[in-house]
Design a protein around this ligand. Sequence first.
Ligand code: GUN
Length: 292
Amino acid sequence: MTLLDGKKVSNDIKDEIKAEVDAMKANGEKVPHLAAVIVGDDGASLTYVGSKVRACERIGFESTLVKMPHTTSELELLKKIKELNTNDDIDGFIIQLPLPPQIDTQKVLMAVDPSKDVDGFHPENFGKMALDMSTFIPATPFGILELLERYDVDTKGKHTVVIGRSHIVGRPMSILMSRRGWPGNSTVTLTHSNTKNISQITTQADIIISALGVPNFLKAEMVKDDVVIIDVGITRVPDEEHPKGYVIRGDVDFEKVSEKASFITPVPGGVGPMTIAMLLKNTLLAREQRRT
Ligand code: GUN
């Protein structure tokens, strides 16, 4: 079994990006500037956004954190997006999801200038991705592709089973794994909450990408020998013994499933850090595209 070490690979990627930023600085060029908007005070979202901003600092990007109260109206958020769209100093920005219920998420994502949409959530960018055109690929699926590539995982002709059809992970992942090229060229089954007899499908899988958010969902008896496991789950499970009062758990019963797997991502330290690294990569790309 080989551990797909997202922490290590993400650090390698960040070092590669930092080298490019250092070169930009040495040439007297503007460095990439990422802005992140967070609405409300959800603990997990604040943690993720904080990590994104800290990662920017580490590699020499400029960063701006925009915190808005949970009572923010849709109109106020749209106004903020317009400001970020027209602010020439900002190369890319993200709106951390989920948004409070009074705000229409699709409307908000459609208001982001596609050239600054480093999350790749705007329909124009999502459509380009589905059509194999060059664009921003959503950070989590992009990070999974990068992990598969850097560990030389064979995906051609394999049966990839994606669990979960979210717009952020499952749906784009299913599209990307079926694309021509590598990593890709898989035969993809997209499963979700209405899938019947999911074990019958997962036991046929060569590669399983689980983005469900149900701790310990995928058990050893649901997978075959030598399966490749990508665990996207990051659920906070209450744990009094831990100083934070919770522990992070993935979708996969790591202890038992890892005994059968050929490759597996740990949680934490697998897909999570890759998401941040690829957001930085998209921001670097956004800067480069604005320069030319
Ligand atoms: N919420 C959970 N994952 C993500 C992500 O990749 N981007 C944004 N903007 N919000 C998220």
